[in-house]
Design a binder for this molecule. Structure first.
Ligand SMILES: Cc1cc2nc3c(=O)[nH]c(=O)nc-3n(C[C@H](O)[C@H](O)[C@H](O)COP(=O)(O)OP(=O)(O)OC[C@H]3O[C@@H](n4cnc5c(N)ncnc54)[C@H](O)[C@@H]3O)c2cc1C
Length: 378
């Protein structure tokens, strides 16, 4: 491996790839180093749902809008298909309608619509929606198939943006100008460390200072239900979880009602996202279980809570054809951890469940500030 670069990036998940892309736009010679030959972490296990509507209002919502624009520009160049666009959130409680109305009165509601049950069925006539009091329709989201798209993004960075991907190599230590790996040293003026939820590897003391832990999620793929939906689908439970809605005062009544009516789902951190793949199958999730070393098992009772919510919104659930768990880094203190840990060495961790939706924008800002340069337009 060539051992000298302008920029070294540790981690080939979406956070690492976003930093590599930004550094390549700055005209730098970039190397990406990962212990695995392909992404196997959170980035490849997620829904591929680039979510704007519902993100935390002040920091995350603007980051998500910008990241969505970058995804929209990069996807066609990298050959990545956008499988779905926008989002539908049908609700079955009056308290949820109040939250949606309050949300629409904020700047975050721009270009979103509140549909009636009839309007929902008119827009998505194939989906056997259960009766809804109303539905939020957002035009802002994109959905890609992560397991195909992330390797395509890496290949495009390598072939078109001239980013070097090192052979699988564990990074043991980073300091100013130097990355020590299991295959020898790499020298780089700037180093971006993007290790995801590897809490006890690089800079564990910084991870500990921000109380970074792991969040474990259960996910399912269901067989093609025989209908098609142009947009990802969410439900009432999302209004109590996504900060853009949940932080509104109107959400308090809904949260209290859900505590009574769906306490098992709330205890397991279950809410509903349904996305559809090109072959018609559905990726459905998820649950949230926090801890430094969550068990690696997929619990049938938690899957059932997810499937029950699916059935309450979309009708009978088709057979499960795949099940998996994923973990991401999580901090109760902030949604992103960004620290210059020593001169020229920058730690970047998405400490929320929205790295896929925000990494491009965050990396763009971080790299241009760290390298004190403007990036080429996309
Ligand atoms: C099931 C699930 C569903 C999700 N759904 C969504 C969604 O729909 N939308 C959304 O916005 N977000 C979603 N998220 C969150 C999102 O996937 C994460 O925020 C994001 O992928 C984190 O990316 P990352 O690059 O930090 O981590 P990762 O993808 O985990 O990558 C980290 C990489 O660093 C490497 N690494 C770590 N330490 C070292 C070392 N010492 N040496 C070499 N390599 C190292 C690892 O091998 C790994 O490849 C979801 C997460 C999960 C788990």
């Amino acid at each position: 491996m060539q051992a000298e670069f302008d920029v070294a990036v540790i981690g080939r998940g979406v956070v690492g790839l976003a930093h590599a892309f930004a550094a390549a736009r700055a005209g730098k010679r970039v190397v990406v180093i990962d212990r695995n030959a392909r992404a196997t972490g959170a980035t490849i296990r997620n829904f591929g749902f680039i979510t704007v509507t519902g993100q935390e209002r002040h920091a995350m919502w603007p980051l998500a809008r910008r990241s969505r624009d970058i995804w929209a520009a990069v996807a066609p160049r990298a050959g990545i298909a956008v499988e779905q666009a926008g989002m539908l959130l049908p609700v079955r409680r009056a308290a949820s309608v109040d939250v949606l109305q309050a949300f629409l009165a904020t700047e975050m509601g721009e270009d979103c619509q509140l549909l009636t049950d009839t309007g929902l069925r008119r827009q998505e006539p194939n989906v056997p929606f259960k009766p809804a009091l109303a539905a939020l329709a957002s035009p802002h989201e994109l959905r890609i198939e992560s397991r195909a798209a992330v390797p395509m993004l890496a290949a495009w960075l390598q072939n078109e943006m001239k980013v070097t991907f090192a052979d699988p190599t564990t990074v043991l230590h980073c300091e100013t100008g130097r990355v020590e790996t299991s295959r020898g040293d790499v020298r780089a003026d700037a180093i971006f460390v993007c290790p995801g939820d590897d809490l006890n590897g690089l800079f564990p003391e910084v991870m500990a200072r921000f109380s970074v832990t792991r969040c474990k999620l259960q996910m399912l793929r269901l067989a093609n239900p025989g209908w098609r939906c142009a947009r990802p689908i969410m439900s009432d439970l999302g209004l109590a979880r996504y900060e853009g809605y949940a932080a509104l005062p109107e959400a308090d009544a809904l949260k209290a009602q859900l505590k009574v009516e769906q306490s098992r789902q709330l205890d397991a951190g279950v809410h509903l996202i349904v996305v559809q793949s090109a072959d018609g199958s559905l990726v459905v999730g998820d649950s949230h279980d926090y801890g430094d070393a969550p068990d690696p098992f997929q619990h049938a009772d938690i899957d059932q809570l997810i499937l029950d919510e699916f059935a309450s919104v979309c009708g009978p659930a088709p057979a499960s054809i795949e099940r998996w768990i994923g973990t991401y880094a999580s901090s109760p203190q902030q949604n992103w951890l960004q620290q210059e840990v020593s001169k020229g060495v920058h730690l970047a961790v998405a400490t929320c469940g929205a790295g896929m939706s925000t990494a491009f924008a965050l990396a763009e800002g971080a790299v241009s500030a760290a390298l004190n340069t403007t990036l080429k337009e996309i």
